[in-house]
Every structure is written in structure tokens, then in C-alpha cells.
Design a protein around this ligand. Structure first.
Ligand code: F6P
Length: 535
């Protein structure tokens, strides 16, 4: 992996000049000029996913220049480095193995092949646990079937499984899956009010097993269980009701998890990339192990596409380049993700962590301060709901906000009537954003009703939201973010920025609630003292 400042490349300078020309061009003009724009600027992935990027302010020259940027910043070499298991997570001195977790044995040649023995045994454990729990073989301490699974975890140990399980609601079995992530006690109470302890199994998901929120929730849930089930043997009670997923096996054992109930998580799998690993156990519990494997296979198919396709027909690469084009040349600040699927409502939140925790950095791989844009702000909500709130700004606001629209041709819950309406709204919005109502000089006369258009979007149209297609879609975003990190010369696989807040929270918790506080800045003192007034 080479550490190249992208702004010092020849292609960056060319793109700067090209941008000056493209500023005078509109999406409307581009479509008028090129009647084959959809064919030229879309990629069909296995007839399962269409990626249409034609409604962007780009032409063939833009893509050509951006591809040159990818070449000049050594993207191809970086892709090989990731797939070959090089230690590209430099600041943590680790390889990055979420691709290996997809069980991609055949196509790539990871240096450390023994890694697959670990992955094999983890997958076997996921299968074993899923089959036992779903079938009712796994019994609670009081010999009841398990009805409720409660995942206790936060960040990557929460968002991936939550997003996938909700997106694949149509594939769910009869287990109820709950997610306890926040240290706000309200969430814990809300869940415990809905479940019976003797029918509930808790999965403590934490790579480090040191995360304050997760350990606090785990300990409170343990106390709740102990209070609510009459028992004679504490170890037996805990081993019938708690599973842990972690890279820190000793800590889990010390906190009372039975050794047999621990599913290891490899240190080389980052939290936000971990849904394919043991962290995916709740997914496998919710949709069954066979469907979980289909999810992994779908991701593996996207890995193959990413690894083998030329840069100019490579979906994650094109998507990364378009994002860099807007954030660094058009100076857009945000990107909206708008799934036209209610079940995919957690996707924007999931992509927020994936993108912003990976690329929200301002020091480059050479250790220098960065003076260009790295991660865009990711936000969004489902269509059509968003149309009745923030879409006003997309259509008539002062900012350009590139959007990703995601929809499926075949719904998982069928009503032709509802689905025709949902999809016509999705397509209509991409058209209205791109072209506005100023076409052909027959435009709207009332100035307040004018929509100028030229608002860019990608459309990602799935045949259906299946485990396989969802796996491909998520892998496609993972690789997009990886390519952005490579081009922007940052380390995408660490997250040191989140540590400072954790440290200060501990100082406030451990010292400042006890004494009269004067020694912070006046705002921090004021807030602490207000809290103490009522505590
Ligand atoms: O604080 C950020 C973070 O480290 C994320 O990267 C991670 O997904 C989350 O916390 C949870 O960490 P863990 O799985 O170790 O509890």
C-alpha cells in the first residue's frame, strides 16, 4: 500500500480543471447529449442488482479522470493487499479479514491459510448454536424453550445484526430478537418489560469485552435474571442464559460466561465489518443458518466482482470515485441514503458507522494533517417517509446532496397496489431531483414552485431483498468505503477518535460526581454541577 497525497497527483489537477467545465453542465444537458446514458452509466450485477449512476453530474471524461486518480493512488495494489491478508490496518498492526469471514476460500490467496481453520470452527459453532436454539433443543434453566434472544452490544456489535435482521424480516422465524445497546436504562427496562426471563437467552457481543455500555447492561441483566428466576446453582443458571461473542475470552470467563458458550471473534475483523463473523449469530438465529450462509455468499460474490472487474466497471470503485468527485470538487458535505423499503430503515444508521467511523479522519497515512475532504456526513431515512420531511431541501435547498436510492423490484410482503406506488415514488424522486421542472422552457411560472434540478443520485435497484442480495449490497458499500480511504490516503480500519470521549466520561464518572467541581472549563463545571443539584 503506497501513501500518496491524492491532491499532488496529476489526475487531481486534471479533475480540478475538468470540474470548472462540468460546473456549467447540467444533468439535463448530459441526458440530451447522450441518448444512451443509462446504458453507458449503469452496471448490472448478475441480473440481481442494477447500479444506475447516470443521474450524476459526470460524463465519460469525468469517469476517465477519476479512474486515473484511482490508478495513480495505487488502488489495485491496495485491493490485492487486503485480499492477500497484508497488515493494512497499520495503526493496529493487523490484517483486515472481513472478506475471509465470507468464507471466500477459492478465489483469493490469503497468505495465512490457517485463518480458515478458525473461520470454519466459528461457522460450525454458529450453525450448532442456531440449530439447537431454533429447534428448541437448547433449554432454559427452568427447562423452557427459548423464545427471546437479546443481543447486548453497541456500535458494530449491534448495528450490523440489527440492520440485517430488520431488512430480512420476511425470512424471520418465531424467535423474537431484541437489541440492547444504549447505557440509557430506559432501553433495558423497555426490553425486560416485554420478556419472561425463563424464555430468554442473552448474547453479550463485544469484541473487546471492555465496552462500558455493554458491560453495564450485561451486569444489570444478570442481576435482573438472578432476581427473577429461583435457582440453586448460579453457574448453571448463567450457562443456560448467556452466550458471549468476543475476542477477549478471558474477560468473558471472568465475568461469568461459561467457556463453552463463548464464540470467538477474530482480532482482524473490525467491529463495523463484523456482521459476517460470530457477531452475526443473532442473524443466523433469526433467519436460520442456511440463510445466514446465503448472506455470506452474496457478499462473497460482490468480493469477486470487486477483485476481478476492471476499475471502470467495478461498482464499489465507481461509487467511491463519484463520492470523492462531489465531496472534494463540488464541496458537498453530506450524502443521503434513502431506502425505499421500510425493512431497510436501519441502513442509513449502519452506513453512518461504516463510513464515518472508517473515514472520518484528518491525518493522512504519512502522519500529515489533511487539507481535503475525507468522510462525507452520511444521513437518511426511508422513502416515502422522507418525501414528507427533508425532501423539500433536496429539491429547493441551497446545498447539493448526492443521494443513494435503494429499492427492490419484488417486495417481500406482497401488494401490487402498495408496491407500484412505492416504486413510482422512488423513480419519480430521482427524476424530479435530476431534471426539476425547468425543462424545455415550458417551466413553472411561479418562482416559488421552481425546482432547478441538477441534484445527483445513484439508484440501486435490487430484484428482491434476499439474504444473498443484501450480502452483496453491504459488501459493495464496504468496498466503496475502503477505496475512498485508499485514495484519500487515510487508515480506514482504526477508530482512535472515539477513545478520548470514553476516557473523559470515565474521569467524570469516577471523580467529578463526588466533589464540588471547579477545575474544568466553565461549561463542563456548570453541567456537572447542575446534574449534582438533583442527585
Ligand atoms: O467505540 C467505538 C467502538 O469501538 C466500535 O468501533 C465498536 O464497533 C464498538 O465500539 C463496540 O466495541 P466492542 O465490540 O468492543 O464492544
Amino acid at each position: 500500500m503506497k501513501n500518496i497525497n491524492p491532491t499532488k497527483t496529476k489526475s487531481w489537477q486534471i479533475l480540478k480543471n475538468h470540474f470548472v467545465k462540468m460546473q456549467k453542465v447540467t444533468i439535463n444537458h448530459l441526458f440530451k447529449k447522450n441518448k444512451n446514458r443509462f446504458v453507458n452509466f449503469s452496471i448490472n450485477f448478475k441480473n440481481e442488482i442494477i447500479f444506475d449512476y447516470s443521474k450524476n453530474i459526470i460524463d465519460k471524461k469525468t469517469i476517465y479522470n477519476l479512474i486515473n486518480l484511482a490508478k495513480e493512488t495505487n488502488c489495485i495494489e491496495a485491493i490485492y493487499d487486503m485480499f492477500y491478508g497484508e497488515k493494512i490496518n497499520v495503526t493496529e498492526k493487523r490484517a483486515v479479514l472481513h472478506v475471509a469471514a465470507r468464507y471466500n476460500k477459492t478465489s483469493f490467496f490469503l497468505k495465512n491459510k490457517s485463518i480458515y481453520n478458525n473461520i470454519d470452527s466459528i461457522l460450525e459453532k454458529i450453525e450448532y448454536l442456531s440449530n439447537n436454539i431454533i429447534s428448541g433443543k437448547w433449554k432454559s434453566y427452568t427447562n423452557k424453550k427459548i423464545k427471546n434472544i437479546i443481543n447486548i452490544g453497541i456500535g458494530g456489535s449491534n448495528l450490523g445484526p440489527l440492520m440485517i435482521i430488520e431488512s430480512l424480516r420476511a425470512y424471520k422465524n418465531n424467535l423474537n430478537i431484541y437489541f440492547l445497546s444504549n447505557v440509557d436504562y430506559s432501553q433495558l427496562i423497555n426490553i425486560t418489560q416485554k420478556i419472561k426471563p425463563e424464555e430468554s437467552l442473552f448474547i453479550v457481543s463485544s469484541k473487546t469485552f471492555t465496552t462500558q455500555e455493554t458491560l453495564t447492561n450485561f451486569i444489570s441483566i444478570k442481576e435482573w435474571l438472578i432476581k427473577n428466576i429461583a435457582f440453586t446453582n448460579l453457574n448453571d443458571l448463567l450457562s443456560q442464559h448467556f452466550i458471549a461473542i468476543t475476542n477477549n475470552i478471558n474477560a468473558a470467563i471472568q465475568l461469568g460466561i461459561s467457556k463453552n458458550n463463548i464464540v470467538p471473534l477474530l482480532s482482524e475483523i473490525g467491529g463495523r465489518f463484523s456482521l459476517w463473523s460470530s457477531i452475526g449469530l443473532p442473524i443466523s438465529l433469526s433467519i436460520g443458518f442456511n440463510n445466514f450462509k446465503r448472506l455470506l455468499e452474496g457478499a462473497m460474490e460482490m468480493d469477486n466482482h470487486f477483485f476481478t472487474s476492471p476499475l471502470n466497471s467495478n461498482i464499489p470503485v465507481i461509487m467511491a470515485l463519484i463520492s470523492i468527485w462531489y465531496s472534494n470538487f463540488w464541496k458537498t458535505e453530506t450524502e443521503a441514503v434513502i431506502p425505499y423499503s421500510n425493512d431497510m430503515r436501519f441502513l442509513p444508521q449502519y452506513l453512518q458507522q461504516l463510513n464515518m467511523e472508517s473515514n472520518g479522519k484528518s491525518i493522512d497515512r504519512n502522519g500529515n494533517k489533511i487539507f481535503y475532504e475525507t468522510s462525507p456526513i452520511i444521513w437518511g431515512d426511508v422513502g416515502t417517509n422522507g418525501q414528507h420531511s427533508f425532501f423539500q431541501m433536496l429539491h429547493q435547498g441551497t446545498k447539493i446532496i448526492p443521494c443513494d436510492f435503494i429499492a427492490s423490484v419484488i417486495p417481500n410482503f406482497f401488494s401490487q397496489n402498495h408496491h407500484n406506488k412505492l416504486i413510482s415514488n422512488f423513480i419519480a424522486q430521482t427524476q424530479a431531483l435530476a431534471f426539476g421542472n425547468i425543462k424545455n422552457n415550458t417551466h413553472e411560472k411561479n418562482i416559488y414552485k421552481l425546482c432547478f434540478g441538477n441534484n445527483p443520485s445513484n439508484s440501486i435497484f435490487l430484484r428482491k431483498i434476499t439474504p444473498n442480495n443484501l450480502g452483496s449490497l453491504i459488501a459493495f458499500y464496504e468496498h466503496k468505503i475502503f477505496i475512498q480511504g485508499i485514495i484519500l490516503n487515510i487508515f480506514s480500519f482504526d477508530q482512535w477518535g472515539v477513545e478520548l470521549g470514553k476516557q473523559i466520561a470515565n474521569i467524570i464518572l469516577n471523580n467529578h460526581f463526588e466533589e464540588d467541581i471547579k477545575n474544568n472549563d466553565s461549561s463542563t463545571n456548570g453541567l456537572i454541577n447542575f446534574y449534582k443539584l438533583f442527585n
